[in-house]
Write a protein that binds this ligand. Structure first.
Ligand code: AMP
Ligand code: GLY
Length: 416
């Protein structure tokens, strides 16, 4: 099979790498991709937001499966355009992607499907905002209704800051604060059958100890030794299946990757957010352990035949991903800094260096080209070994202004 992955980041690199190692896949193409995929995939130029252009590229390549990685093209209807051209596409329709595209829509679906989530109010005026903030009390949680690349959410004890963020966004969702650890649970679905993946955890804050601003994600690990044994079963039954069923009932079936961001609160599991695509960087860690051929899962979801595929199988052991970001991230980012040491890191046993925001300069040198630059991913017999290898990889890599967290998977590897 010929597969085409759309996107540029670490998630797309990890998915393309998994497809390249899948015996069912003959050729992997990535558009636009990044320099990291060059050893195993062919790159093509395309505007990922232009559905007609993506569909035309897929037709010209003879692609049999297109995988749309990021949320913006999904919300823009790129998967619909590919399907209209008669090619199987992994990724929800424009309408179904509203589960991520509008937080208010996601809340409506959860209410209709009786999915446990934070109580919330949708607000558009200062009066509504202030009333909602005072009804819930501090800490205040204010979310931009629209897509904001992981930066639309403010959690603060400062009421003035909460009001200011709300007014800057326009339409917001204000909700009750959820305590407890967060879990990312992904499911692959064809709109009917739901196959959960192994749980993972993401580190959203920029600095060690969960300090600093929210980012797209600074690291991840899987599995979660501390998670309750029945977590996947419970989330499948109370969250994933009811959501997929509600979308189907409305005539807008959700087929693709349903990402449930969960808080395990003292009062039980609550959904923090839904995303309509693989999470980044959790996908890098998950793909490192997935044993079921990825193409079978993605094609099953894209063609409504997932029931024939069966539950995903996983390697024993653990995987850890540590993100290296560029100077200034997440407020800004710096491009053009020369990166060294990637090959040395890649040569460490169990390590794959996944590119997230890299480019080539005029002299063909690898340089930074975005906020999150690299995601060093390692597998090991357990979290401690995977961590050790990932950080050994990080230590090999250098570029001006490089930043990373030093505590990815630390507590879990110590049995906490
Ligand atoms: P979201 O984009 O909705 O995932 O929010 C980004 C991050 O903000 C989450 O991963 C949480 O750490 C935090 N967050 C979002 N909603 C809540 C909430 N209701 N209570 C506490 N923290 C939240
Ligand atoms: N890791 C968080 C996200 O992909 O949204």
């Amino acid at each position: 099979m010929k597969a085409l992955v759309i996107g540029t980041g670490g998630r797309e690199h990890a998915l393309a790498l998994a497809l390249s190692r899948d015996p069912g896949v003959g050729e992997v193409h990535v558009a636009p991709g990044n320099p990291g995929v060059a050893p195993f995939a062919e790159r093509h130029e395309v505007d990922p937001l232009d559905g007609e252009a993506v569909a035309a590229l897929a037709v010209s390549l003879g692609a049999e499966l297109v995988v749309v990685g990021p949320e913006a093209p999904l919300v823009a209807g790129v998967a619909d355009a590919v399907r209209a051209a008669g090619i199987a596409c992994f990724g929800p329709s424009r309408e179904a992607a509203q589960l991520e595209g509008s937080k208010a829509f996601a809340k409506q679906i959860m209410a209709a499907a009786e999915v446990p989530t934070a109580m919330a109010h949708v607000c558009e005026t200062r009066e509504e905002v202030e009333a909602a903030l005072d009804a819930f009390g501090a800490p205040y949680v204010v979310k931009d209704d629209a897509l904001a690349a992981g930066k639309g959410v403010v959690v603060t004890d400062d009421r003035d800051e909460a009001v200011e963020h709300a007014l800057a966004c326009g339409r917001v969702v204000i909700e009750e604060f959820l305590d407890g650890p967060e879990v990312s649970l992904f499911a692959i679905t064809d709109g009917e059958t739901v196959l959960p993946l192994q749980p993972a955890q993401d580190f959203k804050r920029a600095l060690d100890g969960d300090e600093g601003p929210n980012t797209g994600g600074m690291g991840a690990y899987t599995p979660l030794p501390w998670a309750p044994d029945d977590l996947v079963e419970e989330v499948a039954r109370r969250v994933l299946q009811p959501t997929v069923d509600e979308m189907a009932r409305r005539g807008t079936p959700f087929a693709g990757l349903l990402y449930a961001g969960l808080a395990l609160t003292s009062r039980g599991v609550r959904v923090v957010e839904f995303n309509a695509r693989f999470g980044d960087p959790e996908t890098q860690a998950l793909m490192a352990l997935l044993r079921t051929p990825l193409s079978a899962l993605l094609r099953g979801a894209a063609t409504g035949t997932l029931a024939e595929v069966g539950l995903p199988q996983w390697a024993d052991g653990a995987a850890v991903t540590v993100v290296l970001s560029s100077a200034g991230y997440p407020a800004s980012s710096r491009s053009g800094d020369v990166i060294t040491g990637v090959d040395a890191a890649d040569a460490i046993e169990g390590v794959d260096v996944i590119h997230a925001g890299t480019g080539l300069d005029d002299e063909g040198r690898l340089v930074t080209a975005g906020g999150r630059v690299l995601a060093v991913t390692a597998v090991g017999d357990d979290l401690a070994q995977a961590r050790e290898r990932a950080y050994a990889g990080v230590a090999e890599i250098g570029f001006d202004g490089a930043q990373h967290r030093t505590d990815i998977a630390l507590a879990a590897s110590q049995g906490e």
